[in-house]
Design a binder for this molecule. Structure first.
Ligand code: NAD
Length: 504
């Protein structure tokens, strides 16, 4: 199969109910990572575009907040049906710009849809509390209202799922939402905007504003934006949290990860190896919940490494559009160079390269950004393969003597997004789940992304801010509480009571 040149399209903003080129004169190229070809020219917002978006959002928020829960819910149900009906189209856009295989792209849309479905239950979620006769003649009730205008800034690795972690919750709770998607794979967000409009969402409630640091900084400091949801790498998450909170906004900023899976000798090693390979190499390792460190305990190590090696060597790496592809390319040439450098540093420092994907060439796609599945054994904590978030198809194996040493290793790591244990011992699993300083834990489950009615969030450098994303914490993040204390004195009896039959 030969690489074919793709036509270049211009990718616009979606502001106040329509696609628009905006006023900015800067653009950025978008690539197809499997072919290396430029596929699009993305328009980047300038200050005027930002002001247009914020003004439209403010106006829309005032209208949307007043619309009944019944009508809001009807829009969410309709949006759910439209996204489900456009899965193929959305997945094709994801694969073309991100590179992940089509089945995986559909998987991320499915996980995003779960949040839309959860948001469809918003009338139940927003029910307040009522205390009758809290004091004599006094009732107290509490309810929640939207923040107003919120912005979501999202990473390249889930161009549909991560925006859907945020927007349905923000919109269901009555806010207007401005999405600033990743510059690398921005097209799916425009289709999402069109589907929201088709679902009956008023103009300005969901907008897409493309841009880079300049636009992000504008959002973080704009006085008319009330909240920021961010998902991306740790240094930017920290910066976003500090900048936006200094500007008086409510902020949740989810950062990077270095997810460890610990494998005890009593685990089913075939099962563990299957899951480890899928969790390390699926989506080319570009998942915030990818397993990038296998912590092999005691005698499990040699056999486990052999089994993972077999699986890594069998992964079908190809253009994500091919039916049997299991893994696609990485996102940019810069990403490929960084991954290759880290793997080389580990080899130079004495780690064992069990499977080496650095020189992978995919026939017919020689200009694509490929790195093959890579397994590095005997990794030590001082190596960059351990200390850095690689965000590529690389599994580092660290050997430890026992469960306690494994837990100590995980807890000393600055990240705390996800972790997993493979074991057949309930007692070991329980000790693990109670001891690790990590937000999301899998027991014989490698990528424990919580379902939509539980919330998603890591600990330590994987989350800045105290609210996790989606679930009930999402409702809480996008709303503010009000408590009303009320007394309605009974009318005093007027003199001259009448014995007539009472009437209105
Ligand atoms: P990134 O931090 O480079 O970019 C994320 C967003 O921030 C993008 O919209 C980008 O335009 C913007 N941005 C980038 N540099 C900026 C700067 N200097 N100032 C202001 N804004 C800036 O992340 P990425 O490479 O797109 O995504 C991969 C990262 O995201 C990984 O670290 C991954 O672990 C993380 N991630 C975390 C989660 C989670 O739930 N914790 C989920 C998905 C991805």
């Amino acid at each position: 199969m030969t690489t074919t040149a793709t036509a270049t399209t211009t990718i616009n903003h979606f502001l106040n109910g329509e696609e628009t080129a905006g006023k900015g004169d800067r653009t950025q190229q978008v690539f197809n990572p499997a072919t290396g070809a430029v596929s699009g020219e993305l328009r980047l917002a300038n200050r005027e575009d930002l002001e247009t978006a914020v003004a439209a959002a403010r106006k829309a928020a005032n209208v949307w907040n007043d619309i009944s829960l019944a009508k809001r819910t009807a829009v969410l149900f309709k949006f759910r049906e439209l996204v489900a009906a456009h899965v193929d189209e959305l997945a094709a856009l994801i694969t073309a710009e991100h590179g992940k295989v089509l089945s995986d792209a559909k998987g991320e849309i499915g996980r995003g849809l779960e949040v839309v479905e959860f948001a469809c239950g918003i009338p139940q979620l927003l029910k307040g509390d009522y205390s009758d006769q809290a004091s004599t003649g006094i009732d107290v009730f509490s309810f929640r209202q939207p923040l107003g205008v919120v912005a979501g800034i999202t990473p390249f690795n889930f161009p549909v799922m991560v925006p859907l972690w945020m927007a349905p919750m923000a919109i269901a709770t009555g806010n207007a939402f401005i999405l600033k998607p990743s510059e690398r794979d921005p097209s799916a967000s425009i289709l999402l905007a069109k589907l929201w409009k088709q679902a009956g969402l008023p103009d300005g409630v969901f907008q897409v504003l493309h841009g880079d640091k300049e636009t992000v900084d504008g959002l973080l400091t704009h006085p008319d934006i009330d909240g920021i949801s961010f998902v991306g790498s740790t240094p930017i998450a920290k910066y976003v949290h500090e900048t936006a909170t200094a500007h008086g906004k409510r902020v949740q900023a989810l950062g990077g990860a270095k997810n460890h899976a610990i494998i005890l000798p009593d685990a089913d090693l075939d099962n563990a190896a299957d899951h480890l390979a899928a969790a390390a190499f699926g989506s080319a390792g570009e998942r915030c919940m990818a397993i990038s460190v296998a912590v092999a305990v005691g005698e499990a190590a040699d056999e486990l490494v052999k089994k993972v090696q077999q699986r890594a060597e069998a992964v079908k790496v190809a253009n994500g559009t091919e039916a049997d592809a299991e893994m696609g390319p990485v996102i940019t040439p810069a990403s490929k160079s960084r991954i290759v450098k880290i793997v080389s540093e580990a080899a130079d420092a004495g780690a064992a390269l069990v499977v080496d994907g650095r020189d992978l060439v995919v026939e017919g796609h020689e200009d694509g950004f490929w790195v093959g599945p890579t397994v590095i054994d005997h990794v030590r904590t001082e190596m960059s393969a351990y200390s850095e978030e690689i965000f590529g198809p690389v599994l580092a194996v660290v050997r430890v003597a026992d469960l306690d040493e494994g837990i100590k290793l995980i807890n000393a790591n600055p990240y705390g997004n996800g972790t997993a244990i493979f074991t057949s011992s309930g007692a070991a699993a329980r000790k693990f789940q109670r001891s690790v300083t990590v937000g999301m834990i899998g027991v014989n489950v490698p990528i424990p992304v919580p379902v939509a009615y539980h919330s998603f969030g890591g600990w330590k450098s994987s989350l800045f801010g105290d609210k996790h994303i989606y679930g009930e914490e999402g409702v809480s993040f996008y709303t503010r509480g009000k408590v009303v204390t009320s007394r309605w004195p009974e009318p005093t009896h007027a003199s001259g009571a009448s014995y007539n039959f009472p009437s209105n």
